[in-house]
Design a protein around this ligand. Structure first.
Ligand code: GUN
Length: 287
C-alpha cells in the first residue's frame, strides 16, 4: 500500500481562487474591497517572512493589505491604541497581530483588544468560546486548513478515533474542538503524556503539532490511518544543508491511507484560510 499524499498546495490554490471570487463579488455588488491589517512588532526574521507571504497573497486575491511595522521597543499602550484605531476603521475587515510579540507586551491583552468580528486569527476569547460551543465565529487558520485537508479524504468522521499531539492555543486545542464537533473521539496529548506511541497506534486520524522533528515513527501509525503533519522545523545537517522537517517520519508511513507532506501540506493552507476568514469577516460586515 502506498500512502496518498494530500496536496496542500493544490488545495490552497482552490481555496484562494474561491476567496478571489468572493472578493470580486463584494467589490461588484457592494463596492467593498476587503482589507486585512497586519501588525508586526520587531524584527523576528521568521515573522517577517510569514508576513511578507501573507501580504503578497492578500493582494493577489484582490484584497487591500494594510501593514503596520512597529519598532521592537513599541510599548503596550501604543499597540493597544493602534488596535483601537483598526477596530474603528471601516476599511479594515480583518486584523492580524503577528506572534510572538516582544516581552514588554502582554500578548493576551492585545488579542483581547481586537474586535472579535475582525479577529481573522480566531484567537480572541469570544471566538475561542464560539468554537468550543460550536456556535460559529472565526476559526484559527491552521486548524481550519487541517480540516479542509482531512475533508479531501474523510467523508464520515463519526466515531473515528483522533489523536492530536500538542495542546497549543493556536493549533492543538482548536483542532481538537473541530474534530469533536464532527463527533470524533478525541485524545489530546502533550509534553507530559505517558505512552504516546500506544496512544497514536489507536488512532484513525493523527494530527501532529508538537514541533518535534520526526517524533511520530512508522510503527506508531495504524495501517489505514490518516496523518496530518503540522510540524515544520528548519534543521541543518552535518554538511550544513538546511531542510524543513515535519513531526512525522513520512518515509516510514507507507501503510497509512493518506498523509500531508512537509513542506507542501498544511503550510500553504494556513494563508489560504487566513484570506478566507478575511473575506468572511467582510461579508458579515455588509450584512
Ligand atoms: N505566529 C505563528 N503562527 C501564527 C498565526 O497563526 N497567527 C499569528 N498572528 N501569528 C503567528
Amino acid at each position: 500500500m502506498t500512502v496518498l499524499r494530500i496536496d496542500g498546495k493544490a488545495l490552497a490554490r482552490m481555496v484562494s481562487d474561491e476567496t478571489a471570487a468572493r472578493v470580486a463579488a463584494l467589490v461588484e455588488r457592494h463596492g467593498i474591497v476587503p482589507g486585512l491589517a497586519v501588525v508586526i512588532v520587531g524584527e523576528d526574521p521568521a515573522s517577517r517572512v510569514y508576513v511578507a507571504r501573507k501580504v503578497a497573497e492578500t493582494v493577489r486575491v484582490g484584497m487591500r493589505s494594510i501593514e503596520h511595522r512597529l519598532d521592537a521597543a513599541t510599548g503596550q499602550a501604543d499597540l493597544l491604541a493602534l488596535i483601537a484605531a483598526l477596530n474603528a476603521d471601516y476599511a479594515v475587515h480583518g486584523i492580524l497581530v503577528q506572534l510572538p510579540l516582544p516581552p514588554q507586551i502582554n500578548a493576551a491583552r492585545v488579542l483581547d483588544a481586537i474586535d472579535p468580528g475582525k479577529d481573522v486569527d480566531g484567537f480572541h476569547p469570544v471566538n475561542v468560546g464560539r468554537l468550543s460551543t460550536g456556535t460559529g465565529g472565526l476559526v484559527p487558520c491552521t486548524p481550519l486548513g487541517c480540516m479542509k485537508l482531512l475533508d479531501t479524504v474523510i467523508d464520515d468522521y463519526r466515531g473515528l478515533a483522533a489523536v492530536v499531539i500538542g495542546k497549543s492555543n493556536i493549533v492543538g486545542k482548536p483542532i481538537a474542538m473541530l474534530l469533536l464537533e464532527r463527533e470524533c473521539t478525541v485524545t489530546v496529548t502533550h509534553i507530559a503524556t505517558r505512552g504516546l506511541p500506544d496512544i497514536v497506534r489507536g488512532a484513525d486520524i493523527v494530527v501532529a503539532a508538537a514541533g518535534s522533528p520526526r517524533l511520530v515513527r512508522g510503527d506508531w501509525v495504524r495501517p489505514g490511518a490518516v496523518v496530518i503533519d503540522v510540524g515544520i522545523t528548519r534543521i541543518t545537517d552535518d554538511a550544513g544543508r538546511q531542510s524543513l522537517v515535519g513531526d512525522v517520519a513520512f518515509d516510514e508511513i507507507g501503510h497509512a491511507r493518506a498523509a500531508t507532506p512537509v513542506p507542501g501540506g498544511v503550510g500553504p493552507m494556513t494563508i489560504a484560510c487566513l484570506l478566507a476568514n478575511t473575506v468572511q469577516a467582510a461579508e458579515r460586515a455588509v450584512r
